[in-house]
Design a protein around this ligand. Structure first.
Ligand SMILES: [Zn+2]
Ligand SMILES: [Zn+2]
Length: 132
């Protein structure tokens, strides 16, 4: 089950709702393929799901841009078989920098993340519901 939380800045008007963790449609590759949108990733899922030895991680996380601190709430997908591996990657929509390979998940709490807009304060994180 995942959690939803609200990020907000005490200095400027920045706020964003983010969804983190694993939903019920994240538990096998067939289910993931039903909602996964990005075309390259879809092709790779089809490749990997035919392989009995495939293991994977899939969850919603928060990518932090190393250049501009932009926060991107997106799905992380990593698949591994005996012969190949695949990890999805994102580009920062604000400055076109490559986002980190893995998003944050556990580290999302008040006082840790810099505000991506004003960069003056750490964001406040408030959990408001569970989702699945
Ligand atoms: Zn701010
Ligand atoms: Zn950026």
């Amino acid at each position: 089950m995942g959690v939803a939380c609200k990020l907000s800045c005490g200095h400027c008007s920045y706020h964003q709702n983010v969804f983190l963790g694993i939903g019920f449609r994240y538990i096998d590759l067939d289910s993931i393929l039903e909602w996964y949108e990005e075309e390259e990733g879809r092709q790779r899922i089809k490749e990997f799901r035919g392989d009995q030895k495939t293991t994977f991680h899939c969850y919603d996380g928060l990518y932090v841009c190393p250049e501009c601190n932009y926060l991107l709430n997106h799905v992380y997908l990593h698949m591994q078989s005996e012969t190949k591996s695949y990890t999805n990657r994102y580009i920062c929509p604000r400055c076109n920098t490559k986002m980190p390979t893995e998003p944050l998940l556990e580290e999302i709490k008040s006082g840790v993340l810099d505000c991506p807009d004003c960069k003056q304060e750490k964001l406040v994180v408030a959990f408001y519901m569970d989702w699945d």
